[in-house]
Design a protein. Structure first.
Length: 367
């Protein structure tokens, strides 16, 4: 049995147990703001004892130290570098600032929920709060199931704060802007082929940079997407659905042939200094291009258009397919490598809404 006592505004439960040394120990644990919460926490301790045959004394590890361990042992080992970097930034810039010095086992659901609401009120984007929520749920789950630092996951019942803003239409290139881009980054320039692939396929930047000639079937006009480039290393695609076949037309096939000839000409020009490479997107010396090479295009967009990025090609590709009315949303979702059609519908909400309105007008003609 346990004894429940109130100290200040908090309830505690006091339990006695025998350790592996055969000595009887007495331990006091915080249970919550009410006696009912303390009783619930005590029952969790009992379940733990029944499952393991022993009482596990909660660790006095801080939130900051725990998250550092989680990032290194769980996230870094099982996720892509981009995810690790993103989570590390969120931990450093947001979570540790609010909870870093707190003892992990002292964290309660209500304060995490209130903090998420504060993030929203302070102007944090919906996407940021959504990732922070996923981070909290995943890390605290690991603290319970893998580390046994705590017995109850305080993040399991957290809810996403409501955002009433309507989805914004993704930025796309106008035809005039595309004409300007294609004229400037013409055949023979380093960024010629990554730009053409992005526009004609809607592939992600990392997927394009990771492309090898062995991934492209010129005669079948199909690209196999099976990896993505991040920094200096090739990684598995973003999600399982990112593994896909992307078809392309005659125009891109012609551009890819031009790229082949460009690489062959560079090999002759550079001679022994040329770096043989299996990659499609290369520099003049044959070495593989990286995201740093794409930054020149980002600067070009800022100077000439006041905005946009390389990713705008992906939005432009998808928007044009949907707006044409000739391609079902399911097809566009699979082509982009989205995990489900809802993602596509949410991103391109304004386009699909226009299509729905056009469909309704057509229905009046037959009803």
């Amino acid at each position: 049995m346990a004894t429940f006592v109130k100290r200040g505004k908090k309830w505690f439960f006091i339990i006695s147990y025998y350790g592996s040394d055969g000595v009887r120990h007495r331990h006091e644990e915080p249970g919550g703001a009410t006696k009912e919460e303390a009783q619930k926490a005590f029952r969790a301790h009992i379940r733990q004892a029944d499952a393991t045959g022993e009482y596990i004394k909660p660790e006095n590890i801080t939130v900051a130290d725990f998250l550092a361990e989680w990032l290194e042992k769980q996230v870094k080992e099982n996720n892509k570098p981009a995810t690790y970097n993103l989570y590390s930034q969120l931990v450093e810039n947001h979570i540790n600032e609010a909870f870093g010095r707190r003892i992990l086992r002292s964290i309660r659901t209500r304060e995490l929920q209130d903090w998420l609401l504060e993030l929203k009120k302070e102007g944090a984007a919906q996407s940021t709060v959504k990732v922070v929520l996923a981070l909290l749920r995943g890390s605290f789950k690991w603290a319970v199931a893998n580390r046994e630092y705590i017995l109850i996951n305080p993040a399991v019942n957290l809810t996403m704060p409501r955002y009433d803003k309507a989805p914004r239409a993704p930025a796309v290139f106008t035809q005039e802007e595309l004409d300007s881009i294609f004229a400037f980054y013409s055949e023979g320039k380093k960024l010629f082929i990554p730009i053409r692939i992005a526009y004609y396929t809607g592939m992600r930047k990392g997927e394009i940079l990771a492309l090898k000639w062995s991934d492209i079937d010129l005669f079948g006009r199909s690209i196999t997407v099976n990896k993505t480039q991040y920094g200096d290393s090739a990684n598995a695609p973003k999600t399982k659905s990112s593994y896909r076949q992307v078809s392309f037309g005659q125009r891109l096939m012609n551009d890819l042939v031009k790229q082949k000839h460009w690489q062959e000409s560079n090999a002759e020009l550079w001679g022994p200094d040329y770096i043989p490479s299996p990659y499609v997107c290369t520099r003049e010396d044959g070495s593989q291009m990286t995201a740093n090479d794409i930054r020149a295009f980002e600067k070009y967009c800022k100077v000439h258009f006041g905005g946009h990025s390389f990713h705008t090609f992906r939005h432009t590709h998808a928007t044009r397919l949907i707006a044409s009315g000739r391609f079902p949303l399911e097809y566009v979702a699979k082509r982009l490598g989205h995990s489900n059609i809802t993602t596509t519908a949410n991103v391109y909400y304004s386009v699909t809404k226009d299509e729905a309105r056009k469909a309704a007008d057509k229905m009046e003609d037959i009803l």
